[in-house]
Design a binder for this molecule. Structure first.
Ligand SMILES: Cc1ncc(COP(=O)(O)O)c(C=O)c1O
Length: 387
């Protein structure tokens, strides 16, 4: 496992390095936007896929017998979550789960609560499904983001607001919500009959002592008042050959999901995804531990380099490989900040306002890349800020 290895991702149509993301003339920028890693997938995953390729036949398949047990085992061993296999449904990807949950369990015009700054696709899913975005912004206090529980109570009490999209852990601010915080959120949502859809795609990527708490593991009531989205895409860097899992404890809602999956014919299996996911959950633990250490060391590097710099502040993350950088001191308009980062520092990162207006003055940096590349990019930023 050599995470320092530089591999040219332009050999494949990698989104992070594509013109679509980097823009015209952006091919030499430090590409640190799209949320995947520039590391090889775990060797156990590659071996399992190679074996599957050698078999050579790719006709229709069911799920391999070992996949759901591997997922259940993973959740129990890593996160002490006793997941009932009967509650797990397959899904093509996490965003599809959010979209189906919105369309099934809310009506046109209903409000879906989000807590910005938050993953931009939440917004698109809500508007594309003709629901209303209802913002309960996180509160930034002493460099740390907190949930606004009073605001949430007010919004949840409005009968038009039927659902909440939770990002647990939270992209882009890197919070790994504590059990207490999740319990408070659950109490409010349960009291007002607001269904929680918990996107837990970043669950395995936490720093130090921060522990991810599966929302549905809070207890029976939380399990029944939630839909959980799980996926090994981020943890093992297999987003392009991966699917996802919906956890629905409530039998009626689960049945509704099954019927909708069938109606939309999103219940087919991809052989590579099945094999990759099973190998990852069954045998990928050591790789994951190693990549977390590497990303943690990348974080330490960023922390050291930014400490002496004026104009940028690191929001200390507790999880994910995404850093939320505060450039508000520079007093630049969003387009000016993007231009400054691109032209002066050579950085192609994700613009803060993509995560809601609360992201104005911020940018999201992906640090899941070889360290030498990150170090060079930090040198460029330092030069840009000092000039
Ligand atoms: C919070 C969050 N949810 C979902 C996704 C995308 O998941 P999927 O590719 O399974 O739709 C991402 C990817 O960046 C993400 O950060």
């Amino acid at each position: 496992m050599n995470f320092d290895l530089e591999i040219d991702r332009r050999e494949v149509p990698a989104l992070k390095f594509h013109k679509m993301v980097l823009g015209e003339g952006g091919e030499n920028l430090f590409a640190a936007g799209v949320a995947d890693m520039d590391f090889l997938a775990p060797p156990v995953v590659l071996q399992a896929m190679q074996k599957r390729l050698q078999h050579g036949i790719f006709g229709y398949e069911t799920l391999p017998d070992g996949l759901i047990p591997a997922l259940v085992d993973w959740q129990e061993k890593r996160h002490r979550w006793l997941l009932d296999p009967a509650h797990i449904l397959r899904a093509p990807n996490v965003l599809n789960i959010l979209a189906i949950a919105a369309s099934l369990f809310t009506q046109t015009g209903d409000g879906i609560i989000v807590q910005p700054p938050v993953f931009f696709d939440f917004y698109d899913i809500i508007t594309e499904n003709h629901r209303s975005i209802v913002e309960n912004p996180l509160i930034l206090q002493d460099g740390r983001y907190e949930m606004d529980f009073d605001g949430l109570e007010r919004l949840a009490a409005d009968p038009r607001n039927r659902m909440l999209f939770l990002c647990n852990p939270h992209n882009p601010v890197g919070r790994v919500w504590t059990r207490d915080e999740l319990q408070r959120l659950h109490d409010i949502c349960a009291r007002h009959d607001v269904l929680v859809v918990s996107d837990e795609i970043h669950a395995d990527l936490t720093f130090g002592d921060h522990r991810y708490t599966p929302f549905a593991s809070l207890g029976e009531q939380a399990a029944h008042n939630s839909i959980t989205c799980l996926s090994p895409a981020k943890s093992f860097n297999i987003a392009a050959c991966c699917s996802a899992f919906t956890v629905v404890a409530d039998a009626e809602r689960r049945r509704a999901f099954q019927v909708e999956n069938s109606r939309l014919t999103v219940n087919k299996n991809n052989a590579y995804a099945s094999v990759a996911m099973e190998a990852a959950y069954r045998d990928g633990g050591k790789w994951l531990d190693a990549v977390r250490v590497y990303i943690g060391d990348n974080l330490a590097l960023v922390r050291r380099r930014l400490a002496g710099l004026e104009g940028v502040t690191l929001i200390e993350p507790e999880g994910t490989f995404l850093l939320w950088l505060d450039f508000r001191e520079l007093n630049l308009e969003p387009d000016e900040l993007t231009a400054f980062l691109r032209q002066k520092a050579g950085w192609a990162v994700t613009r803060g306002p993509a995560f809601g207006t609360q992201g104005t003055g911020f940018a999201r940096l992906n640090i899941a890349c070889p360290r030498a590349r990150l170090a060079k990019a930090l040198d460029q930023l330092a030069l840009a800020l000092r000039s």
